[in-house]
Ligand binder design. Structure first.
Ligand SMILES: *[C@@H]1O[C@H](CO)[C@@H](O)[C@H](O)[C@H]1NC(C)=O
Ligand SMILES: *[C@@H]1O[C@H](CO)[C@@H](O)[C@H](O)[C@H]1NC(C)=O
Length: 326
């Protein structure tokens, strides 16, 4: 009896997993818009040439989108009179307008091609654009799975508690990622996205000025880095001022993020703790010494991230305007 139930459980798990991945596939648009990837890439490349921020902003937008109710472009929806949308939750401070603009520009380029007009979801455009910015910053290029629909809801309330915070430790990070089916190693790999991008000074004040009642400075921060951070981020600084997440090679997608951690140069507690915690340290050391292994892990984790909460059938549609429901 028990064995039979177990078998049924296995079969149903297998079916669920299969259904979830079956809807996503490479070349999903081969019939409707065969040049989708080239069109998006050209638009992304043009925007990157105009402003470098496009790169970290798009990558972060993707992460925020996928972590709140799945990769369904719900993060792109603008608030209206009766709905405060995801993008207006206070955790959005790190979302620069350039990420949104990348998707809007790529959508415009697609809509200018007759057969592609309103055929590609905003969620898929963001997925392709994210792959492209990683590659344009010197990171690996990987094949993307496509076939997501755009979500039908976006609320600021749904963001609460879903996104990692700068002060999170490995326990907290692991549980947030586990909720999206991502493992400890996948969490460490996706944290590597902090090889690019910036953060607001106020997010690190606790580590350099007011760690706890008896100690001003977080003892895990490299001494020279403390001096550097205090110089860039004086106590009375404008809260909008931002600094690089990777102090060594901020514009390059590489494994230097992990080398920084080995030297106490992780910007957030949530970065540095990956090196402090004995469960994640071996992986940090491994990837600090082997860029190829990191690249592989990052690619696999991005593909897995792209499967989170995918909408199909009546749970989604293809938006005509990425910033508004049809
Ligand atoms: C973030 O939310 C605030 C309101 O909480 C809003 O004024 C701001 O435009 C939002 N930022 C982005 C990039 O959407
Ligand atoms: C403050 O942090 C230091 C360094 O981690 C630690 O040794 C000390 O016990 C902490 N003090 C308090 C009051 O938590």
């Amino acid at each position: 009896m028990a064995a039979k139930n177990l078998l049924l459980l296995f079969i149903s798990l297998f079916l669920t997993v299969n259904l979830v991945s079956a809807q996503l596939r490479r070349n999903f648009y081969a019939g409707s818009c065969p040049n989708v990837e080239q069109i998006v890439r050209d638009a992304v490349q043009k925007k990157v040439q105009q402003t470098f921020t496009t790169i970290p902003a798009t990558l972060r937008l993707y992460f925020h989108d996928c972590f709140v109710n799945g990769c369904d472009a719900s993060v792109m929806i603008a608030s209206t009179g009766n709905n405060k949308a995801e993008k207006d939750h206070p955790d959005n401070l790190s979302l620069a307008g350039d990420g949104f603009d990348t998707v809007i520009k790529a959508k415009q380029a697609l809509d200018a091609v007759a057969n592609c007009r309103n055929k590609v979801s905003c969620a898929d455009i963001l997925t392709i654009a994210t792959r492209d910015v990683v590659n344009l910053a010197g990171g690996p290029r990987y094949e993307v799975e496509l076939g997501r629909l755009d979500g039908l809801s976006s609320t600021a309330a749904s963001v609460e508690g879903k996104l990692p915070q700068p002060t999170d430790d490995v326990n907290k990070l692991t549980s947030l990622f586990a909720k999206n089916g991502l493992s400890l190693n996948e969490m460490i790999a996706l944290s590597g996205a902090h090889t690019l991008g910036f953060a607001h000074c106020t997010k690190v004040f606790n580590r350099i000025y007011s760690f706890n009642k008896t100690t001003q400075v977080d003892p895990t921060v490299n001494k020279a880095y403390v001096t550097e951070l205090r110089a860039s981020c004086p106590r009375n600084i404008d809260p909008r001022v931002a600094i690089n997440m990777d102090p060594t090679t901020p514009r390059q997608f590489d494994n230097v993020y992990y080398k920084n951690l080995q030297q106490g140069k992780g910007l957030f507690t949530s970065d540095q703790d990956l090196f402090t915690d004995r469960r994640s340290k071996p992986t940090v050391d491994l990837w600090a010494n082997n860029a190829n292994l990191f690249n592989q892990a990052f690619v696999n984790s991005m593909i897995k991230l792209g499967r989170v909460g995918v909408k199909t059938g009546r749970n989604g549609n293809i938006r005509r305007d990425c910033g508004a429901f049809n």
